[in-house]
Design a protein around this ligand. Sequence first.
Ligand code: TYD
Length: 211
Amino acid sequence: MSHGLFISFEGIDGVGKSTQADLMENYLASKGLKVVRTLEPGGTELGQEIRHLLLHRKGEVSARSEALLYAADRAHHVASKILPALEKCQVVITDRYLDSSVAYQGAGRELDLTEVRNLSLWAVNNLLPDLTVLLDLDAELAAKRRGQTGEAPDRLEREKIEFFEAARNSYLDLAKAEPRRIFVVDANQAPEKIWEAIVVRLDQVLESKGL
Ligand code: TYD
């Protein structure tokens, strides 16, 4: 068993996960906690190669192959980076974790949700976050925000709006099923307001962990 704190950020592309993860990282560091900030896919060297295959390689990737590549990235991420940090009582903040696979590969690609979840649970030996922050935003609004970054969309971001709507709804279903772990925040507010909501929940989790 590990004694650190494991936090994931989730939501469809364009909801502002990294801004909130930055705020959380600074907040926890200001409390003197050692924070490891990471992401999926691509939180490790091997993961960076898998990330490239998933997002930037030309040509089709079948749905099951995509699900397995995300799970492979996650397995190595947990084994080589997340668990070692938790064992040292550190805080891990990851931009995306296994709920992304359920929402995108399960609901988005129309694979069986339970099978996709079980695949990831096997990959990570059942390690779930202590807290998952789900930033919830309408798919059209999120697409608009993505468009404003000026960055070229990757293979996943080129999907149709229906794909992101399915992923969003799936995330909300996951939150309903696991209300203790998954904290939903309305991402259609100013970043400071979003952070105000998150920090209340975070403080509760810190207290329950004695941190
Ligand atoms: P992300 O790093 O969040 O994208 P960006 O760098 O553009 O902010 O994630 C890359 C994409 O991978 C994103 O569209 C979501 C998708 N994804 C899945 O489909 N399944 C998964 O399990 C994960 C972790 C990500």
